[in-house]
Design a protein around this ligand. Structure first.
Ligand code: HGY
Ligand code: MN
Ligand code: MN
Length: 417
């Protein structure tokens, strides 16, 4: 790398782009923004990101699952080089914060802009990726774009996925104009770095700025359907009921017991639930709900799944209902690259930033890319540990310092090339 002025972040522009992207899909009634994967709002976010990539004169390409990549070619411009990759996602949950995913993608762009502003080209190509459908709330599994990229799901299977709204993923991808032709995973990164907000309470509680993320917990998502009998709420004695609503409630209570008795390592959530016929004076004939189980240890996660399965079998017999389950997502815990984690830690030390090693509670694209390349993550604090919520917030100074660490680790990696 030629040695003119070292690349420096334009922090003002990074914060401005976070604000502008955060306006896309803004929900003035319920707050935050909603850019569910492959909706018109997300298309608008994608279009804005691609426009910013072109402003930086990056090589922009879209793969067959709609992953977006912007690459700053190296000085030698050998297209066959394995690039250093940074990335995350720009799709959101409903009424989301402005930082989840977007911060990592836009900080990656800020790193490339630092090279451009310094009139420098990197010793090795650098790519910023925005992966399709990280949240997985419309089409499952989550982290879908990076999972396909890493070879964990065929692109054909992913394109055929039917969403919670009955749409087909491949058709929506074509409709929004992001059905690219690049084969996912065609370019395997030399390494992958993802800067992300913690989305949890630890860094703030410990007044620590940088999270050196060394591993990520396992995730198990399933849908449960309880089939009972509808009956009159006023004339049916309790002993004669086959009440899907009661069973769903009992399962949710058992989920809390599983989490509590794990000593805090297992997390259990029933995030979606619906009853049929959903009438005040009718015993529910059917309850449909989801279960999200997580634990950093695979054996404990399996034990939680087995305990739930046992509970379902027992209560089905006791209450005279049928219970069906469908596994939607199952990802084992992931350990990130030790060397990269050490370099992130060394960078935080160089800056004199407080830092600590930690596990990621949330799923991230990095856990998928870790299947094909050395990967690691950098966290910055979330105020009140809040995320997937319009109140998601990280102080500007913390956002900029996190981006400084990202740039510094990139420079260290490239200078060693
Ligand atoms: O579910 C997750 O942890 C991520 O936000 N998709
Ligand atoms: Mn995220
Ligand atoms: Mn998220």
């Amino acid at each position: 790398m030629n040695k003119s002025a070292a690349p420096r972040l334009n922090g003002v522009l990074l914060l401005e782009q976070i604000r502008v992207l955060g306006e896309i899909g803004a929900d003035s009634v319920n707050g935050g923004r909603t850019r569910i994967a492959l909706t018109d709002a997300e298309k608008a976010g994608r279009d804005q990101l691609v426009a910013w990539m072109h402003e930086l004169d990056l090589d922009v390409c879209i793969d067959r699952i709609g992953n977006i990549f912007g690459t700053l070619r190296s000085a030698s411009n050998q297209g066959d080089q394995a690039p250093l990759m940074m990335g995350s996602h720009i799709d959101t949950v409903t009424n989301a914060g402005a930082l989840d995913g977007c911060y990592g993608v836009l900080a990656g762009l800020a790193v490339l802009r630092a090279f451009r502003d310094a009139g420098m080209l990197p010793a090795r190509s650098i790519t910023v990726g925005a992966f399709t459908n990280e949240e997985g709330v419309r089409y499952q599994p989550d982290m879908m774009g990076s999972l396909v990229y890493a070879g964990g799901l065929s692109v054909e299977e992913a394109l055929a996925t039917v969403g919670t709204d009955g749409t087909r993923l491949g058709e929506e991808l074509r409709r929004i104009g992001f059905a690219g032709d690049l084969q996912p995973g065609a370019v395997i990164p030399h390494e992958y770095l993802e800067l992300h907000i913690e989305q949890g309470p630890i860094l703030e509680a410990e007044d620590t700025l940088i999270g050196v993320v060394e591993n990520l917990q396992g995730i198990s998502w399933q849908q449960v359907v309880v089939q009972g009998n509808a009956n009159h709420a006023g004339t049916t004695p309790t002993r004669l009921r086959h009440d899907a609503g009661y069973v769903a409630g009992a399962v949710v209570a058992e989920l809390r017991a599983i989490a509590r008795e794990s000593g805090g390592t297992t997390l259990a959530t029933a995030g979606c639930m619906s009853f049929e016929p959903n009438l005040i004076n009718v015993i529910a004939r059917r309850a449909t709900f989801t279960v999200d189980l997580r634990d950093p240890d695979e054996a404990r996660l399996v034990a939680a799944e087995q305990r739930l399965s046992q509970f379902l079998a027992t209560i089905a017999k006791e209450e005279g209902v049928q219970i069906g389950t469908e596994l939607l997502v199952r990802f084992q815990p992931v350990t990130f690259d030790v060397g990269l984690a050490e370099e992130i830690e060394a960078s935080a030390k160089r800056f004199g930033f407080s830092h600590r090693r930690m596990t990621s509670g949330a799923g991230h694209d990095a856990q998928m890319i870790a299947r094909i390349a050395p990967a690691a993550m950098i966290f910055v604090p979330s105020r009140g540990g809040i995320s997937h919520n319009p109140r998601e917030h990280t102080d500007e100074e913390q956002l900029l310092k996190g981006a400084e660490v990202l740039l510094d680790v990139v420079l260290q990696r490239l200078n060693r090339t």
